[in-house]
Write a new protein. Sequence first.
Length: 135
Amino acid sequence: MMKNFPIDNQMFWTDELRDDVFELWRTSLMFFNKACELTKQFPKNVPFDIDIQVREASFTISEKIAKASKADDIEIYQDYLMDSVDAIHNALAKMYIANKWGYMRLDNYIETHSQARRLAAQIKELMWFHGLQVA
């Protein structure tokens, strides 16, 4: 469970913070796996390789969280977490396009949209609990 305490360069990585970031990373990988499952249902040779774009955008979320976990500076850590939130929005934009083009069912889009919004909220909550600036 996350505890509300500010972090600084003196006590940057605590066991609790590592556990929290690991949980975010695991959740982001579950989102990526869901995106991969959904894009398998797309027809072959979709325009603009929207299936590949959805997978790449979804993978970027966990990639940014992983990079945050290796940061040795609070500002870099914060930047990577905010980049992961931006990646969530990018993945959702690609999924929205896939839905509008008829490659993703509306119920699947709504489900992944909700999952992505929860992940973004978890990231922002983690940042807030540790006294970081949340945009």
